[in-house]
Design a binder for this molecule. Sequence first.
Ligand SMILES: [Zn+2]
Length: 389
Amino acid sequence: MTNFRRQFNDLAKYGLIAAWLLYAANPALAGNATADLQQSVIPNDDVAPLELLGATIMPGTTQRLSWSATELFEGVPVSTPVLVVNGASPGPTLCLTAAIHGDELNGIEIVRRVLHEIDPEKLSGTIIGVPIVNVQGFRRGSRYLPDRRDLNRYFPGNSNGSAASRIAHSFFTHIIEKCDALIDLHTGSFERSNLPQIRADLRDPDIVTLTQGFGSMVVVHSAPTDGTLRDAATRAGIPTVTLEAGGPLQLELNEVTHGVKGIETLISTLGMIRKIGLWGDPGPVYYRSSWVRVNNGGILLADVSLGSTVRQGDLLGTITDPMSNASTELRSPYSGRIIGMARNQVVMPGFAAFHIGIQSNAISTDTIDDAIPGLSHDESDEHVGGMSE
Ligand SMILES: [Zn+2]
């Protein structure tokens, strides 16, 4: 998918040329007004209306559309809003999707905030936001579709398949295929919470390019699971990352704010909006990661919090047997940072409790668990019991 990378590189290149020209003309102006020239470098004369879901969205306007997969369960169409900001100037189409799992609320608010803060007159390119993809799950406060299927295992879908597969197919063909790049928003699942982070397949150079636009975000290498939207979109040539923030069934303002900041930085890095002081932003921090599992059942109480830095041997939490009152300590096998963790709860032996990120100096696609003999791929890194994405 060189199209996106070419656009990205062009925008970066034009930005540099524009900054250099501006600096040559008047050094005092450089640094805070480069976007004007950057905009003028991009030709304005091939701005086209966007055709989406049967509607025509003119450049420089915002529209609220609705998408509904046909043939739904009770024969009653269930529609979900699709927010479109079509910029006055040309540029890439960036898509944001949230609540493919209906109980993941933070992403809904992140999409709302990002879309409603953008002025179409000042935008180069298009942003398409779908805050609630799984509207049926959302209404029931459930991760799943009404037939207990996980929608995020059925992409790109099939028009003759199961209900989940048909919904996935409709969504993929009507919306996702219009995107040049995609951010799919999720939270932890099953009583677990994630530090705001980007999950990305760092073996793909286009996706690495995309991760570099988010500013100072935690980036964790993760090969996509089959059937996820990230997997299908990437296979279709659309560079895609997952943005994880917080846990399910809650609206967490710190996580929402962090996610909005990361996406707005990306929009700015892509040259889609102007932002003063952009070039001073620090880059992403790359992590390898591994889950720490409990070996005893009981009540898990954590001694660390999300984002904590831990050293090898530090206490992560205790597991207490409510009958015998016997308590065991869970200590970190690694030095690193807590990038995901379980809420306090009753656990069984083998439960994945703490996700430790280990900062790497270079972009690395190794997983730490590769060293554990006999562990299948599904048990390694973040693929823990249907975790998150
Ligand atoms: Zn999810």
